[in-house]
Design a protein around this ligand. Structure first.
Ligand SMILES: *Cc1c(COP(=O)(O)O)cnc(C)c1O
Length: 382
């Protein structure tokens, strides 16, 4: 049979049959105690029916052999890193990492005797220069937060393979709809499922996908660290994933239109979105992504007050998190990147006038109106 397309996989793959009542959706199995005569089913072993079903769905979307589902994105990230790094090893990150990952790298890895370096996200030569004899992992995030930088995944994977290094990507910002890193040679794909996979700002979860062999290592460490997701939330996440494709498709479309709208707005200095022709990442994004995502950032100009803009938005809400069906904004300088040293903020381009925009599924005209009226007030008053 021909392989089904992602839209279909989102709805059907991994569905658990209901032989008792023939219900249309997966039954929920909340048991933490199963008969030992049937094997060793136990939630912390990632092998209960709902976990296995959801894992199949995510594997099919990421073109992976296996997936494990975790209680948060950070549980997925920390478990993955500790599965392939031990005392005496070295890992290379890009500097513009998700805050929690950066914190794990700079505050915790050294306590396990694991060294790390940062390489310039947009320079493959710098990644090559940072490789040492004990380098075991290269870890990237693309598109990156919040400036939507794009990293050459084929380039990274070739560099790593030549040096027998495992590659990991945090694919949260792209979602499996927009980017499938395993097809580009990346070994391990991680998601904060709290974002696009969940998509409704009401689930905290994570996932790790890779080959059977790599997932044995993640399983072995994962069952000891115990960062599982409750089967109830697994069931909810399966439900959310059924609409992943239609949600993200609409978010992509809205973001693209709003990026062009903001780019031409008198109150905006610059828009960071790989879908714009004038983005330095446009061609690379076209090559390695299916679409440009629903995330973008923009810098408000000097004559417009960011605070007044923020407080006058009516539809678009201020929020720490992202990728829900509702449009939200965030000021990285004050929130996600608050703890970054001043010099590092400057180096990465995180200014006080930078706004990160997670575009939802609302009518794009309504979103434009909301941005427009808030920007107008912000420019009048300053
Ligand atoms: C939110 C996020 C994480 C962390 O996920 P949690 O589910 O909050 O633990 C990791 N990476 C990226 C890119 C994120 O946006």
């Amino acid at each position: 049979m021909k392989k089904n397309k992602p839209e279909t996989l989102c709805v059907h793959e991994g569905q658990i049959e209901d032989p008792l009542y023939n219900g249309a959706v997966s039954p929920l199995y909340m048991s933490t105690a199963y008969s030992y005569k049937k094997g060793d089913m136990y939630p912390r072993y990632f092998n209960t029916p709902n976990q296995v079903g959801l894992s199949k769905k995510i594997s099919s979307l990421e073109k992976a052999e296996e997936t494990l589902v975790f209680g948060s994105g950070m549980a997925a990230i920390s478990t993955s890193l500790l599965s392939f790094l031990s005392s005496g090893d070295h890992v290379i990150f890009q500097p513009d990492l998700y805050g929690g990952t950066r914190n794990f790298a700079t505050e915790h890895l050294n306590t396990y005797g694991i060294e790390h370096s940062f390489a310039d996200s947009t320079d493959l030569n710098d990644f090559a220069a940072k490789i040492k004899d004990n380098t075991k992992v290269i870890y990237v995030e693309t598109p990156s937060n919040p400036l939507m930088k794009i990293i050459d995944l084929k380039g990274i994977s070739e560099l790593a393979k030549d040096n027998k290094i495992i590659t990991m990507i945090d694919n949260t910002f792209a979602s499996p709809v927009n980017q499938n890193p395993i097809s580009l040679g990346i070994d391990i794909v991680i998601h904060s499922a709290t974002k696009y996979l969940g998509g409704h700002s009401d689930i905290l979860a994570g996932s790790v996908s890779s080959s059977k062999k790599n997932m044995e290592a993640v399983f072995s460490v994962g069952k000891s660290l115990g960062g599982n997701l409750s089967d109830y939330t697994v069931w909810l996440l399966e439900r959310s994933l059924k609409t992943l494709f239609v949600r993200v498709e609409k978010q992509n479309k809205n973001a693209n239109e709003l990026a062009h709208f903001l780019q031409n707005h008198v109150c905006i200095n610059k828009v960071f979105y790989p879908g714009l022709d004038n983005s330095i990442f446009h061609n690379l994004a076209r090559e390695q992504m299916n679409d440009f995502t629903g995330m973008l950032s923009f810098e408000i100009n000097k004559n417009t007050s960011r605070e007044v803009f923020e407080s006058n938005l009516k539809l678009i809400q201020p929020a720490i998190s992202l990728a829900g069906v509702e449009s939200t904004i965030n000021v990285p300088f004050l929130t996600s990147h608050k703890w970054l040293p001043k010099e590092e903020k400057r180096k990465q381009g995180i200014t006080e006038s930078l706004v990160r925009f997670s575009v939802g599924i609302e009518d794009v005209g309504d979103l434009k109106n909301d941005l427009n009226q808030a920007l107008k007030k912000a420019s009048d008053e300053s």
